[in-house]
Ligand binder design. Structure first.
Ligand SMILES: Nc1ncnc2c1ncn2[C@@H]1O[C@H](COP(=O)(O)OP(=O)(O)OP(=O)(O)O)[C@@H](O)[C@H]1O
Length: 982
C-alpha cells in the first residue's frame, strides 16, 4: 500500500497516537523532524501550530497538510511517526518501514538559520540543559531583548517547549542570532548549570537557602511518629524499604532512595510530578522525611538549591486564598529579607527547586484538572494551587514529589506523572534490620526476631513498617504470648490496646487481668465513638477539643504511644494536629461497633454489604465509582478505611476473642452480630463466584479477582472461621484464579491460603505483579496441595523462598507448574529445583526467565533434568547460562523423552552452545520448539543446527533472531532450512 493510502486509512490511529497522552510533545517531535526534512516549510509550521488550537486540531491540520503534499511527504510523515512513537504504541500501526531512508534526505545547510532547522530535532534535546546560558549569550550579543527572554521562559511551557520557542525566536531575529546561538553551542562547557548559578546567587538567596536547610533539617532529624517515650533519630532507625517504579506496559523495576527524584523510571519526560504510592503504613512519609534530611545535610539531591516540604493534611487548614509566593513562604519558611528577589530566583530557576507534598490522600479535595491557574503571583484557593502545581500549569519545571495511598490517585492525576514509585514496605532482611535498630539491647532484638520467624503470619504483617514498629514497641507482650500468637491484624491491635491500657494502670497493678477490656470499656467506647465520627467525615484528627468533648485527656490517650504525629513540628502544636494513626482509628471504630449495645445491626450490614455488591469482573472504574457512592448515613464514609474497619469488626467478633468481648456486650447480641457478619461474608463470596463469566470455548474457567474479593478473604481470615472458608469455596468450579496487580503482599497471601486450601479441585493461582516475596510465598504453602500451577512473575522472590516452596512442593501430588519470571533468583535456587525435578516425575513446566542464573545454575539444574521423566516446558530466557550452561542442559536432556519446549533466549549462548544443542535436536524425539533469540551464535553454530534438523522429525521451529549473523548469512541460511526463524 502506498504511503498516502496508509496515512488516509490509519488517520484515526495516527491521530490517537499523537493525542492520547495529553502532552503535545510527540506532535512537536514529529513536526521538528518534518521541518528538518523540509516536508514542512516555516509557514506550514506556523499554520499547524496556530496559537490557541487544541492538540487534536493541530494534529488533524498536520495530517491534512502532509496528505496534500503527496506520496513522498506522507512517506516521511510515517517515518517521523516511526521515530517518535514508543514501540508499544506502534504495535497496531503500519508505518511502511523501508519506504525511504531518512538519513539520505538530510540536507547540508548553507546558512546558520538553515543549520538550526536541519538539526532541530537534535538541538531541542541539546539545548534543554542550557536554556539560560543560550539566552544570556543571545542577550549579550544584542540579538535578544529581555522581553524575548520572558516569552521563551513563560512558566506554562515545558522545557522542550521553551527550547522550541527559543529556536523560533532566533529564526525570527535572523542570521546574526542564529550564528550567535551556534557559536554558543559550540562552546558549551561541560559544567552543570547549577554550579554556575550557585556562584551567582544573591546574598538574600544564600541566606534563605541556609535558613530553609536548617528548618528542613530540624523537622526531619527525628522520626516523626510517636512522641513521649521513644523518639528516634531518623539516622538511627531509618531502614531501606522496597521501592519499585511502574514502567510502561505495567512492568516494574527496582529503585533506590536516590533514584526517586532522578531520571530512572521516568515514564513521561515532560511531566514534573513524581508520585510515591503505597498502602497505609508502608513508609511513604518516612521516605520523604529521609529525602528531606539527606538534602538538608547536603548528601543527596545536591543539585537542588531550595526544597519546600508540605503536608497535605496541614494544608487542609488553609482556608484563605493565597498566591504561590505566600504558599511557599508562609507554609514552609519565611525569608528574612529580599522576598521578591528570592521568589524571582525560584521562578527563574525551576530546575533548582523541589516541592514535596506528603499525604495527598489526606487532602480534603480530590484531584481535578478542570480549573487552570498559571500565574505565580495571582491568589487562588489552596486546592487550585496544588492541583495546578501537580499538572505543571503552575511552576512548570519544578520537580514535585507527592505521596499518597493508592485509592486517592485518580486516572486524571496519573496523566500528569513523570514517574510512579511504589513503596512496598520492608523485605525480610529489612524487618531484621529494623528490629535490631529499634532495640538497643541485642538480646531483646534477637528474641523479637526469633519470635517473628517462629510466627510467619506475624512476620508477613511486619513487612508493612508500621506493623514492624508496633510489634517492636509491644515486644514485651509479644514475647509473653507464646508461640503462634498473634496471628491476625486484630490480634496485633488488641495487643497494642492492652499495651496502651497497661501503661495507664498504676505501677502496683501492672499485670492486667482477664477482664482488662471490661475495666476500661468506658474510655474505649468513648474513643471508639470519636473514631467512628472522624471516619464518617474522613477526618483523621483527634484534636484537643474533640477529646475534651468525650472527657478524654491526652494523658488518657497515652501521648507516648498512640499518637502519631505525621510531622514532628506538629508535635509542639498538637492541639491542632494531634493525630491517631488511621488504622488505630479504624480499630477503635470497630471496637465501638462491636461493643455497642444497640440491637440494631444496620451499621454492620451497611459496612459489609456495600462491598459485597461488587461483581467479580475486574473493572476498576466500575468498582471505584460504586465505592464512591455514599453507602448510608450511619456508615463510615471512605472505602479504604471502611474496609480496614470491617476487617477489624470481623476479627473482634471471631470466637477466639469472644471471652474478652462478651464481658462488655451481651452474649446474645454478640451472637447476632457474629451471624450477621458470617452471612454477609458468605453471601458476598457466593455473589462474587456467581458473577464469573462462563469460559470462552477451549479456555479454562478463570476468575479475575478484584479488590473486594481480597477484602472478603481477609475478613474471613480475621474471623479465623474455617467453616465459612470451607462453605465459601466448596462448590466453586474455577480452574484458574487470576489475582494480578491486586496489591497482594504476605498478609493477603496468609488470608488467601486460609480460604483456598478448602477448594475441592486443583486450580492455577496467578499472582503476577504483586509483592508476595519470600514471606508471602511461605504463607501460600498451606494451599499448595490444591494448586496445580503457580504464577509469580515480578514478586521479589529469592532463593530462600524457593527452598521452602520446593520443600513443600515435592509432597504435593498435583503441583505441576511454576512460573517465576523476573524475580531475584540466582544459581542457589537451581539446586532446589533439581531436587524437585528428581523427586517429582509429574512436574510439567518450569519457567525461570529474567533472573540471575549462570552456567553454574544450569549445571545444577541439568542434574535434576537427567533424572526427570515428565518436564515438558523449560524456560530460562534472559539469564546468563552461556555456552557451558547450554552444553550442560543439552547433555542432560539427551535421553529425555518429554521436553517439547525449551527457551534459552538471551543467555549469551554462542556457537559452541549451539553445537551442543544441535546434538539435542538430533536425538530428541519430543522437542518441538527451541528458542535461541538474542544470543551470540555465529554462522557455524547455525550450520550445525541445520544439520541436526535434517535428522529431526519433531522440531518445528528454532528461533534465531538477534544472533551474530550478517544479512547475507541470514538470507542464505534461511534458504537452507525453513524451520529456522530469523
Ligand atoms: N524506612 C523506614 N525505616 C524505619 N521505620 C519506618 C520506615 N518506614 C516507616 N517506618 C515506621 O512506620 C511508621 C509508619 O510509616 P509512615 O507514616 O511513613 O507510613 P505512610 O506510608 O506514610 O502511612 P500512611 O499512609 O498511614 O500515612 C513510621 O512512623 C515508622 O515508625
Amino acid at each position: 500500500m502506498c504511503a498516502k493510502q496508509l496515512v488516509l486509512r490509519q488517520r484515526t490511529e495516527l491521530l490517537g497516537a499523537l493525542c492520547c497522552g495529553f502532552t503535545a510533545e510527540p506532535l512537536d517531535c514529529v513536526i521538528d523532524l518534518l521541518l528538518s526534512w523540509e516536508v514542512l516549510i516555516w509557514e506550514d509550521y506556523h499554520n499547524v501550530q496556530g496559537l490557541t488550537k487544541p492538540l487534536c486540531s493541530k494534529t488533524r491540520d498536520l495530517l491534512d497538510l502532509v496528505y496534500t503534499k503527496g506520496e513522498q511527504a506522507c512517506s516521511l510523515l510515517l517515518a517521523a511517526f516511526d521515530q517518535v512513537l514508543p514501540e508499544a504504541q506502534k504495535a497496531g500501526l503500519c508505518l511502511g518501514k523501508g519506504h525511504l531512508k531518512t538519513g539520505d534526505i538530510k540536507k547540508t545547510p548553507t546558512s546558520a538559520s538553515e543549520a538550526l532547522l536541519v538539526d532541530r530535532p537534535a538541538l531541542v534535546k541539546k539545548i534543554r540543559d542550557h536554556v539560560d546560558g543560550a539566552l544570556d549569550a543571545l542577550m549579550e550579543a544584542g540579538c535578544f531583548t529581555s522581553q524575548d527572554c520572558d516569552e521563551v521562559l513563560l512558566p506554562v511551557y515545558t522545557l522542550s517547549q521553551k527550547v522550541r520557542k527559543l529556536l523560533d525566536q532566533v529564526r525570527f531575529r535572523g542570521e546574526g542570532a542564529a550564528k550567535t546561538l551556534l557559536q554558543y553551542l559550540e562552546h558549551i562547557d561541560s559544567k552543570p548549570q547549577c554550579v554556575k548559578e550557585e556562584r551567582q546567587l544573591s546574598t538574600e538567596c544564600i541566606d534563605y537557602k541556609k535558613k530553609l536547610r536548617s528548618s528542613v533539617d530540624s523537622q526531619s532529624r527525628l522520626l516523626s511518629t510517636y512522641g513521649g517515650t521513644g523518639r528516634f533519630s531518623l539516622d538511627n532507625i531509618y531502614t531501606d524499604g522496597i521501592l519499585e517504579a511502574v514502567q510502561r506496559e505495567r512492568e516494574v523495576t527496582a529503585l533506590r532512595l536516590q533514584d526517586v527524584v532522578g531520571l530512572h523510571g521516568t515514564i513521561n519526560e515532560e511531566a514534573d510530578t513524581i508520585l510515591v504510592s503505597g498502602e497505609a503504613g508502608t513508609g511513604k512519609s518516612t521516605l520523604l522525611q529521609r529525602l528531606h534530611l539527606l538534602w538538608a545535610e547536603g548528601t543527596l539531591l545536591t543539585d537542588i538549591l531550595m526544597l519546600f516540604p508540605f503536608s497535605c493534611r496541614k494544608l487542609n487548614a488553609e482556608k484563605k486564598i493565597l498566591s504561590l509566593k505566600e504558599l511557599l513562604f508562609q507554609h514552609c519558611c519565611w525569608p528574612d529579607r529580599g522576598q521578591d528577589k528570592i521568589f524571582q530566583f525560584i521562578l527563574d530557576h525551576p530546575q533548582l527547586v523541589l516541592f514535596t507534598f506528603d499525604g495527598l490522600d489526606e487532602f480534603r479535595q480530590s484531584f481535578t484538572d478542570e480549573e487552570r491557574h498559571c500565574c505565580p503571583t495571582q491568589p487562588a484557593p489552596i486546592h487550585i494551587l496544588l492541583f495546578n502545581l501537580f499538572q505543571g500549569t503552575l511552576m512548570k519545571g519544578v520537580k514535585k514529589v507527592v505521596t499518597s495511598r493508592p485509592h486517592a490517585v485518580s486516572p486524571s492525576l496519573k496523566q500528569y506523572l513523570c514517574k510512579e514509585v511504589l513503596a512496598k514496605g520492608f523485605s525480610p532482611v529489612g524487618i531484621d534490620h529494623f528490629v535490631r535498630k529499634h532495640h538497643n539491647d541485642a538480646n531483646i532484638a534477637t528474641r523479637v526476631v526469633e519470635a517473628l520467624k517462629a510466627n510467619t503470619a506475624l512476620l508477613g504483617l511486619c513487612h508493612i513498617p508500621v506493623f514492624c514498629w508496633i510489634i517492636s514497641k509491644c515486644y514485651k507482650e509479644l514475647l509473653g504470648c507464646g508461640e503462634g500468637i498473634p496471628q491476625t491484624v486484630t490480634d496485633v491491635y488488641l495487643m497494642v490496646l492492652k499495651h496502651f491500657i497497661q501503661k495507664r494502670v498504676p505501677q502496683q497493678y501492672r499485670t492486667l487481668g482477664k477482664g482488662w477490656l471490661q475495666e476500661h470499656q468506658e474510655m474505649v467506647r468513648r474513643l471508639g465513638q470519636l473514631a467512628l465520627e472522624g471516619l464518617k467525615t474522613s477526618c483523621y484528627l483527634f484534636t484537643e477539643p474533640d477529646l475534651q468533648k468525650c472527657s478524654i485527656t491526652h494523658q488518657d490517650l497515652g501521648l507516648g504511644f498512640l499518637i502519631h504525629c505525621k510531622d514532628f513540628s506538629d508535635y509542639a502544636d498538637y492541639k491542632h494536629f494531634e493525630f491517631l494513626h488511621i488504622t488505630m482509628q479504624c480499630f477503635f471504630a470497630a471496637l465501638y461497633i462491636v461493643l455497642n449495645n444497640n440491637d440494631n445491626c444496620s451499621v454492620i450490614l451497611n459496612l459489609f454489604q456495600s462491598h459485597c455488591k461488587q461483581t467479580a469482573h475486574f473493572n476498576h472504574k466500575i468498582c471505584f465509582a460504586h465505592c464512591l457512592k455514599p453507602v448510608a448515613d450511619d456508615c463510615v464514609a471512605e472505602i479504604p478505611n471502611q474496609r480496614i474497619t470491617s476487617e477489624f469488626v470481623a476479627g473482634l467478633l471471631s470466637q477466639r476473642h469472644r471471652n474478652l468481648i462478651v464481658q462488655s456486650c451481651p452474649a446474645a447480641l454478640l451472637e447476632k452480630k457474629y451471624k450477621q457478619v458470617m452471612k454477609c461474608l458468605s453471601k458476598g463470596l457466593q455473589k462474587h463466584f456467581k458473577s464469573i463469566p462462563p469460559p470462552v470455548k477451549s479456555e479454562k474457567k478463570s476468575m479475575h479477582a478484584m479488590p473486594s474479593f481480597v477484602w472478603l478473604i481477609k475478613c474471613i481470615y480475621e474471623m479465623q472461621e474455617s467453616e465459612i472458608a470451607k462453605d465459601a469455596v466448596a462448590k466453586l468450579e474455577v480452574e484458574h484464579f487470576k489475582l494480578i496487580y491486586c496489591n497482594i503482599g504476605p498478609v493477603e497471601c496468609t488470608a488467601l491460603a486460609f480460604v483456598l486450601r478448602y477448594l475441592q479441585n486443583p486450580v492455577g493461582i496467578q499472582l503476577d505483579f504483586n509483592s508476595v516475596g519470600d514471606v508471602g510465598l511461605e504463607q501460600l504453602l498451606p494451599c499448595l496441595h490444591i494448586c496445580h500451577s503457580l504464577y509469580l512473575r515480578n514478586n521479589n522472590i529469592s532463593d530462600e523462598g524457593i527452598r521452602k516452596l520446593v520443600e513443600k512442593g515435592v509432597q504435593c501430588e498435583c503441583f505441576k507448574k511454576v512460573a517465576l519470571f523476573n524475580n531475584n533468583l540466582t544459581d542457589d535456587c537451581t539446586k532446589y529445583f533439581a531436587q524437585l525435578l528428581k523427586a517429582k516425575n509429574n512436574f510439567l513446566a518450569l519457567r525461570l526467565g529474567n533472573n540471575k542464573i549462570t552456567s553454574q545454575g544450569a549445571e545444577q539444574l541439568a542434574e535434576g533434568l537427567r533424572c526427570n521423566t515428565s518436564l515438558k516446558y523449560l524456560g530460562l530466557w534472559g539469564n546468563k547460562i552461556g555456552d557451558r550452561g547450554a552444553e550442560a542442559l543439552a547433555d542432560a536432556l539427551k535421553e529425555n523423552t518429554t521436553l517439547i519446549w525449551l527457551s534459552l533466549a538471551d543467555n549469551g549462548v554462542g556457537s559452541e552452545g549451539a553445537r551442543a544443542l544441535a546434538e539435542l535436536v538430533k536425538r530428541s524425539t519430543t522437542l518441538e520448539e527451541l528458542w535461541l533469540n538474542q544470543n551470540c551464535i555465529r554462522r557455524d553454530g547455525v550450520e550445525s543446527l541445520i544439520e541436526a534438523l535434517k535428522v529431526s522429525a519433531t522440531v518445528k521451529e528454532v528461533w534465531l533472531r538477534g544472533n551474530n549473523l550478517s544479512m547475507e548469512d541470514v538470507k542464505e541460511l534461511s534458504g537452507q532450512e525453513s524451520r529456522l526463524i530469523f
